[in-house]
Design a protein around this ligand. Structure first.
Ligand SMILES: [Zn+2]
Ligand SMILES: [Zn+2]
Length: 352
C-alpha cells in the first residue's frame, strides 16, 4: 500500500509503503479511485486552527497523531472485507462517509457520528484516501452513488454534505429568501449548486477573488459582491432587497462573521462553517433584539449524506470544475490550494 503522509505538520508529504491491511470483523478494504483535496486538509496538514488573539488550537492536542494519511473525500472499489461485513461485494464502487464516531455513545446512536466526542474520522484520526487503499470500519459508511462519476462523487462526503448540512439548518427559508453565501471556493460553489437542486430562491455570493466571483456567476448566483468593498454591507442589503434571513459563512474569519451578523434582518440566522479563524465581540443586547441565531455547522450526518446522494441522483448537480491529478501530486495540490490557485476541486486519482 502506497500512501502520502503528513509526518511533520506543515512539511511536505512523505511517501510510505507498507503491507496492504487485511480487513477483520466488519471492516471493508477499498482500492481508492478518487480522493478529494479539501480545504480542511490544510488545517490537518498544518496542525492548527487560529483561535484569534494569537492563540492556536493544536490538532495533536485533539487526538490527531502523526504520521497521518489525510483524505476524507474518497471513492473506492471494494477489494476485500471481514467476515462480519454484510451487504458488500467485491467490485462495489462506493463513496465513503468519513465522519466516523465511536458508534456506541448516545450521539452516535442517534445518528450524529460527526459530533461524537471520540471521533475516528477517516483522514483525520484514522488513515484516509491519500493512498491507493483505505480501510473502512463498517459497511454502513459506504454509499452507492450510481452513475455519478467518482471525481464528482468524492467531494459529496465532505464539501457536499457540509454545504447540505448548513443549508438544512436554514430550513424552509431557502425556498423564499435569498441566502448569502460567503466564500466561493469548493464549498461555496457546491452549496450554490445544491441550493438550486433544492429549488431554492437563490444566493448572493461573496468572495474577495474576482475569478471566484466569476465562477459563482457562471454557477447561477443572483449577485456577487466583494466583501472587502467599503460598501459591501449596503450592496448585500440592496441585492437582498432588505435585511438577510440566512447567511452561510464558509470562510469563518472575524471579518466575515461580523459582516454576516451585520447583514441579518430580525429573526435571521448565521451558519458558520469556515475555519479560517479569529475572534469577534458581539454586543449582547443585539442577540435578543435582532432575535438572531448564530449556529455552527460541522460536516453532516450519515443520513444527510444519504439524502444528498438521493438528491444528486435525482437532479444531478451542475458540473463543479475538477482538476484530476495522480496521487504523487498530493503535496502540490495542497500547496496550490493553500495559495488560492484552485478553482473548484482537486481530486487525486490514486489508481487510474
Ligand atoms: Zn473536507
Ligand atoms: Zn460516539
Amino acid at each position: 500500500m502506497r500512501s502520502y503522509n503528513v509526518c511533520q505538520c506543515g512539511a511536505p508529504l512523505e511517501l510510505h509503503e507498507q503491507a496492504t491491511p487485511e480487513p477483520t470483523g466488519s471492516e471493508v478494504l477499498l482500492r481508492v479511485i478518487a480522493a478529494g483535496v479539501c480545504h480542511s486538509d490544510l488545517h490537518f496538514w498544518e496542525g492548527t486552527y487560529d483561535l484569534g488573539g494569537g492563540k492556536l488550537l493544536k490538532l495533536t492536542d485533539r487526538g490527531m497523531t502523526l504520521p497521518l494519511t489525510m483524505g476524507h473525500e474518497s471513492v473506492g472499489e471494494v477489494v476485500a472485507f471481514g467476515p462480519e461485513a454484510r451487504g458488500v461485494a467485491i467490485g462495489d464502487r462506493r463513496l465513503i462517509y468519513p465522519w466516523v464516531g465511536c458508534g456506541a455513545c448516545k450521539v452516535c446512536q442517534r445518528g450524529d457520528e460527526q459530533l461524537c466526542l471520540k471521533p475516528r474520522f477517516l483522514g483525520v484520526f484514522r488513515p484516509g484516501g491519500y493512498s491507493d487503499h483505505i480501510l473502512v470500519p463498517h459497511p454502513r459508511y459506504l454509499f452507492d452513488v450510481g452513475d455519478i462519476p467518482p471525481e464528482q462523487a468524492a467531494p459529496l462526503a465532505c464539501s457536499g454534505v457540509t454545504a447540505y448540512g448548513a443549508l438544512r439548518k436554514l430550513g424552509g427559508l431557502v425556498q423564499t429568501e435569498p441566502v448569502v453565501i460567503i466564500g466561493a471556493g469548493g464549498l461555496g460553489l457546491i452549496c450554490l449548486c445544491i441550493l438550486k437542486s433544492l429549488g431554492g430562491f437563490g444566493a448572493i455570493v461573496l468572495d474577495i477573488d474576482e475569478r471566484k466571483r466569476d465562477a459563482a456567476r457562471q454557477a447561477g448566483a443572483l449577485a456577487t459582491i466583494d466583501p472587502n468593498a467599503p460598501d459591501a454591507l449596503q450592496q448585500i442589503t440592496e441585492a437582498a432587497k432588505g435585511g438577510v434571513w440566512g447567511v452561510i459563512d464558509f470562510v469563518g474569519l472575524a471579518s466575515t462573521v461580523k459582516l454576516g451578523i451585520d447583514s441579518l434582518t430580525k429573526g435571521g440566522k448565521l451558519i458558520v462553517v469556515g475555519l479560517f479563524g479569529g475572534e469577534i465581540a458581539i454586543s449582547t443586547p443585539y442577540i435578543p433584539m435582532k432575535a438572531m441565531t448564530l449556529q455552527g455547522s460541522y460536516t453532516g450526518s450519515l443520513s444527510e449524506l444519504k439524502d444528498l446522494i438521493e438528491l444528486v441522483r435525482r437532479a444531478p448537480l451542475p458540473f463543479v470544475p475538477v482538476d484530476r491529478r495522480p496521487l504523487d501530486q498530493a503535496y502540490a495540490a495542497l500547496t496550490d490550494l493553500k495559495h488560492g490557485k484552485v478553482i473548484g476541486r482537486v481530486v487525486l486519482a490514486p489508481s487510474g
